[in-house]
Design a protein around this ligand. Structure first.
Ligand code: 6MZ
Ligand code: ZN
Length: 393
């Protein structure tokens, strides 16, 4: 990929192919323009100093601890129900514009007494946001034939549905590492209650140097027993004991995994635990000095199950296409490798067998369209990938 034309073609390829996003935090994906608009309003009300906030939002490249300071600011900016719905709508639109066909969106349900917000009403605002998307067909529950679980546009305008893009959404409720065992359990109970609205699992996230694994374990165990899928932010900082305990829990996926040692990787391999890889996030938060040292290289070479993800598109000014392009440019992947990676992600979704079947259909259809758009399809190995998709059925 040295010549300019090749770079442009690879970027276009990464943009055009259908993609699956499995690690995206709602409040980390807020558009900068929306954040600035919200900050301006709060600045006018004298609640914050807009000039300070503008500087923080526009800053490029932050340490991990600065990111968590910024999240605290996001939580001040986005605390009312209407704003949560708006953000959800915009985030879904942005992922769909990047050809994401399945999005597992995670968010931490929040209590905020002054706004009359409970964890339940926060999640209702998220669902309202999904329902309010009018330019897309948004399918956010397994029982998608039930009209209340389809976005308004999908219900109202059935004739136009065929022309619109469709995006599948599933939700993961995050437990923040600052929370208590009781608060974590509340989130799991809420997730169970909200299964019919597309909630499929639980995530453990938040500042990795805060909190103890044993605080969250009872709630995570309960989630698992009740059939929810669990993914953990694991090894975002060096913490051998916690990494071992997390792997022994056998989560269905882990995120980041920057500080696993040889034994940990052997365990993850034996247990077939897929890894959510967030290249830009890890680079920006200085989990490694240069991108070519990222563990993606070894995992990819060793065929370890993995999926490329964004983590926080807003915070890190990235897109899923950009993450695929970055992987291709850094690790020498060709278009066939990139499409393979994107296709393999189907296997790791928490959405269940019906969704996987639908996604295989979408990837198969898109393979046919890509063959028309990219004349070099055959030499790119596109036909092989088509066979791969077929064999997954
Ligand atoms: C940089 N890597 C990361 N590591 C750990 N947790 C992260 C994260 N990026 C985001 N979050 C978690 O997601 C919350 C924001 O979205 P929600 O308010 O839940 O929608 C953050 O407050 C943090 O708890
Ligand atoms: Zn994350």
């Amino acid at each position: 990929m040295e010549r300019g034309g090749d770079v442009a073609e690879m970027k276009e390829w990464c943009r055009s192919i259908p993609k699956i996003e499995l690690h995206a935090h709602l409040n980390g994906c807020i558009r900068d323009s929306t954040l600035l608009e919200l900050a301006k309003v709060l600045g006018e009300k004298g609640i914050i100093n807009f000039a300070d906030v503008e500087h923080v939002i526009r800053k490029c490249g932050r340490s991990l601890s600065e990111c968590f300071q910024l999240f605290d600011l996001f939580h001040i900016l986005a605390t009312d129900h209407g704003t949560i719905s708006r953000i959800t709508k915009e985030v879904v639109e942005d992922f769909a514009a990047d050809e994401v066909v399945y999005l597992e969106l995670r968010t931490t349900p929040k209590n905020n007494e002054t706004k009359g917000m409970t964890k339940r009403s926060y999640m209702k605002a998220v669902i309202d946001g999904l329902r309010s998307v009018d330019a897309l067909n948004v399918l956010f529950s397994n029982s998608s034939e039930r009209t209340e679980n389809i976005s308004r546009s999908t219900q109202n305008n059935y004739a136009n549905c065929m022309e619109r893009k469709t995006i599948y959404i599933r939700l993961l409720l995050s437990i923040d590492r600052r929370e208590t065992t009781i608060a974590a359990m509340e989130t799991v109970c809420l997730a169970l209650e909200m299964r019919e609205f597309g909630v499929v699992g639980i995530d453990l996230s938040g500042n990795p140097i805060v909190g103890e694994w044993n605080t969250f374990l009872p709630a995570l165990k309960y989630a698992k027993e009740q059939g929810l899928s669990v993914t953990l932010h694991c090894g975002e900082v060096s913490n051998k004991k916690e990494i071992q305990e997390m792997l022994d829990f056998v989560p269905e996926r882990i995120g980041h995994a920057c500080f696993l040692d040889k034994d940990d990787w052997e365990k993850a391999r034996v247990l077939h635990i897929p890894v959510e890889i967030c290249l830009t996030s890890n680079l920006r938060t200085e989990r490694l000095s240069t991108i070519d040292l990222h563990h993606f290289a070894n995992l990819h070479k060793g065929n370890h199950p993995l999926v490329l993800c964004t983590d926080d598109t807003g915070l890190f000014s990235t897109t899923l296409s950009n993450e695929y392009y970055l992987a291709a440019a850094t690790f020498g992947l060709d278009q066939k490798d990139v499409l393979r990676l994107a296709t393999n992600a189907i296997e790791f979704v928490f959405g269940g067998s019906e969704v996987k079947k639908a996604l295989r259909g979408i990837f198969g259809d898109s393979a046919r369209k890509l063959a028309e758009v990219f004349p070099s399809w055959k030499s790119l190995g596109g036909e092989d990938v088509k066979l791969q998709i077929k064999s997954l059925r």
